[in-house]
Design a protein around this ligand. Sequence first.
Ligand code: AP5
Ligand code: MG
Length: 217
Amino acid sequence: MIAKTKMVLLGPPGAGKGTASELLLKDVQLAHVSTGDIFRAEMKNGTELGKLAKSYIDAGKLVPDEVVAGMVASTLNGEACKDGFVLDGFPRTVRQAELLEEELAKSGRTLDAVVLFDAPEELLLQRLTARLTCRKCGLNFNKIFGKPKVEGVCDHCGGELYQRSDDSMETAVNRLKVYNEQTAPLIEFYTRKNLLFTVDASLPKAEVYAAFLKALN
Ligand code: AP5
Ligand code: MG
């Protein structure tokens, strides 16, 4: 179904990286590596890593590069990533991108594609502040753009839906600022490597997904 199986999903918070991953993983068997999801699981379990991550996440800041890169490296070398992977929300700085390249090179691998999900800031803030996330399975819903069948309940697993602590207006605005300053330089970084494909993420989900699949072929 897709030709490119080692990919990075790039884009501002709320662009739809998680949503595109959910759709792709229904159709294709690949490892989904979302650094945000990993941190949220660690926070839920109250681990040391979770406590460290929480202090950055709640302020809308990035967790330090070496912490994130070390965490991803061990996952990438696991059996689950052998046939391909979707890196959702990593790398987020040029330093992380370099560390990723070094890690993949150790096993003779390179990326096949970097897909940029692009949407205007006003829409991103609207999506983020209306997002609902399942406490149990992590699936995303939205008070405006994709309501669950039963209010407050996940359609997929029946789990409770909650608002992420970093989806307040104040933190969302900070996250966008951090994205523009620290993550947006990756657009040029990957354009120079001929790996970047841009998808208009302001379109309805089905159209975004179709464009995403096209980028992977
Ligand atoms: P992370 O969880 O990765 O958050 P993010 O990048 O801010 O991205 P989001 O999950 O908010 O957005 P998304 O693009 O996945 O959008 P979604 O599909 O949910 O990271 C959280 C934090 O962890 C970071 O701030 C940082 O502190 C830390 N962290 C993580 N990785 C790190 C790293 N590499 N380095 C350092 N720190 C790191 O969609 C949003 C909403 O819109 C949903 O409600 C969805 O239903 C809706 N929606 C999506 N697409 C559409 C559409 N086409 N039409 C209508 N509605 C849509
Ligand atoms: Mg996400």
